[in-house]
Design a protein around this ligand. Structure first.
Ligand SMILES: Cc1cc2nc3c(=O)[nH]c(=O)nc-3n(C[C@H](O)[C@H](O)[C@H](O)COP(=O)(O)OP(=O)(O)OC[C@H]3O[C@@H](n4cnc5c(N)ncnc54)[C@H](O)[C@@H]3O)c2cc1C
Ligand code: FES
Length: 267
């Protein structure tokens, strides 16, 4: 059943900019959504059909409460996001949200390390901007395929984020994976610190392994295919450890951010 009420928002698209190859940045007038927490997401309706499956989950990439502006950043992954990339400034978009639980403890004094794999940086950017605004320490580590497939350095700097970037082909920063960058960062840092990560599952699994010896808390934002987005269809469940047991939790409702130690990674 389609959800309405306080979670339904019609938002004016102010700008659709290609921020990197195949990555689109939407700037929206969205007063009703700007108080969302970093890590929460919205469901964007793509087509005009009534089928709610046409909605696609996208993280809140940035919110400017003063100006009532919201940003979404997405990579074209298939038919839905390819259609979304064609939306033009001046169109009114139909969003539901905000949904889910965001990154915890963003206000604590201990340093935070954000670790993003590709478009996984979308929600981390908002979390880092919140810490930046509060004057709290953080590192922002990002890995991507190539220079052209990542936002320009200037985009991060204009929000006070000094991103450390590596690429698979060495076309920006060192050649290598973001987990190597994390490994290096951890050598120069003493606990306590907290890690927040979003990206491919193999990357997330490695982040948890690297954090374990230092006893650092890790929070991971998971992606899962979603239908309802509100906890009703069970289409988004993922396995988690609960002591010796395994239980299934809904990424849309209990997540998308989870304690990394509880996430089950398929071998
Ligand atoms: C909570 C949440 C937040 C997200 N935030 C962002 C974001 O900020 N920016 C962004 O670019 N993407 C984000 N995604 C992923 C995004 O929702 C999918 O890329 C999108 O739904 C794909 O739709 P499509 O119709 O273009 O592709 P489809 O044709 O549906 O699928 C294309 C390919 O992507 C895979 N895929 C589809 N949906 C997902 C998914 N949810 N997770 C993993 N793989 C998927 C399919 O298996 C297929 O291989 C998020 C997903 C979740 C669950
Ligand atoms: S998407 Fe329906 S329960 Fe999560």
């Amino acid at each position: 059943m389609e959800q309405t009420g306080e979670l339904a928002h019609r938002c004016l698209l102010l700008e659709n900019r290609e921020l990197a190859e195949g990555w689109h940045l939407f700037e929206l007038q969205a007063e009703g959504l700007v108080h969302a927490d970093p890590g929460q997401f919205v469901q964007l309706r793509i087509g005009s059909a009534t089928d709610p499956l046409l909605r696609r989950p996208l993280s809140i990439h940035y919110a400017d409460a003063q100006r009532g502006r919201l940003r979404l950043l997405f990579q074209i992954a298939g038919s839905g996001t390819a259609l979304a990339a064609q939306f033009r400034a001046g169109e009114e978009l139909d969003l539901l949200g905000p949904f889910g639980r965001g990154f915890p403890h963003l206000d604590e004094k201990a340093p935070a390390i954000f670790v993003g794999g590709g478009i996984g940086m979308a929600p981390l950017f908002f979390a880092a901007a919140v810490r930046r605004g509060a004057g709290l320490p953080f590192k922002f580590l990002l890995g991507g395929r190539a220079d052209a497939q990542l936002p320009p350095d200037e985009y991060f700097r204009s929000h006070g984020i000094e991103a450390q970037i590596v690429t698979d082909d060495g076309s920006r920063g060192d050649r290598g994976s973001v987990t190597l960058l994390l490994e290096r960062s951890l050598e120069n840092l003493s606990p306590p610190y907290r890690i927040h990560a979003c990206g491919p599952m193999a990357m997330l699994s490695r982040v948890v392994e690297l954090a374990r010896p230092a006893g650092a808390a890790v929070h991971l934002s998971l992606e899962s295919r979603m239908a309802c987005g509100i906890g009703a269809c069970l289409g988004c469940v993922h396995p988690f450890y609960r002591g010796e047991q395994i239980e299934y939790r809904r990424v849309c409702l209990e997540g998308p951010v989870f304690d990394g130690e509880e996430v089950v990674f398929e071998k």
